[in-house]
Unconditional design. Structure first.
Length: 254
């Protein structure tokens, strides 16, 4: 196997990895957006008519989606460039990969800086509190908030004591055996030991964002490898083209 064939084979594998990473990143972004929307739709929209601020949890899903789609397109470009031995595609691929690496480093740095910020905690907690209080007067919101409690294994906005002010029992979704008992009282150990949904949601938001940021930094190391190989293959193909041109203009080997 020649040097060019070896570099092409490695680029094939790397670009498949990049494409998988891009797909997973976009899928996680969509999932993150759906989960966030489930919380946001419980809010009283009248409370936020004059709030034009954009919070990090609202931006993060779109960053993940756009980054994932862009990585998949660039990976396809690199795969085709290596397969066709096209210097043009390889050049475009190398340029975009550099932009992706820089973008991932900047995005990961911003996530690590802002994901633990007070604004993120305030947005998540205010959203959960608002959704919880709206559920007291709206049966549909109560069922929707119950689905969140079951999914996150949490109880109330702050904790199980939130239900004391307006009902005599804890909802089914606060119980360990939620599918078997209709209610659980305030002495139920499992329900009372559960954290409030505001704390759990804020923690999950930080964990998911940090994990994706960390994986992005690791993948960026592989992407740098892809840039180096694409650059070497780019120059290798130029040397081959130059050699062929020289032979056409000069005398034959014989």
């Amino acid at each position: 196997m020649g040097k060019e064939e070896f570099m092409k084979s490695v680029l094939y594998v790397l670009n498949i990895i990049y494409a998988i990473f891009g797909f997973v990143t976009a899928a996680v972004g969509i999932w993150f957006f759906v989960q966030l929307t489930e919380f946001v739709t419980l809010r009283n929209s009248n409370h936020y008519l004059l709030d034009y601020r954009v919070y990090w949890p609202q931006v993060a899903p779109w960053l993940f989606i756009l980054l994932g789609l862009f990585v998949m397109m660039v990976a396809f470009c690199g795969y085709c460039g290596a397969n066709r031995e096209s210097r043009g595609l390889l050049g475009i691929y190398g340029l975009f990969m550099i932009l992706i690496v820089l973008g991932q480093i900047i995005a990961a740095s911003l996530i690590f800086v802002y994901v633990d910020g007070e604004d993120t905690d305030r947005f998540i907690k205010d959203t959960v509190y608002d959704g919880y209080y709206n559920s007291q007067a709206n049966p549909d919101n109560l069922r929707a908030f119950g689905r969140i409690e079951r999914k996150l294994r949490c109880c109330g906005a702050n904790d199980a004591r939130d239900y004391r002010s307006w009902r005599n029992d804890l909802p089914l979704t606060c119980c360990l055996d939620s599918y078997y008992r209709a209610t659980c009282d305030f002495t139920d150990k499992e329900a009372n030991e559960r954290l409030g949904c505001a704390k759990v949601a804020a923690a999950y938001t930080k964990i998911i964002s940090s994990v994706i940021a960390g994986v992005s930094l690791i993948i960026s190391l592989l992407e740098i490898t892809g840039v180096v190989l694409a650059w070497k293959l780019f120059h290798s193909l130029r040397e081959v083209e130059h050699y062929i041109t020289e032979r056409k203009e000069g005398e034959t080997e014989c």
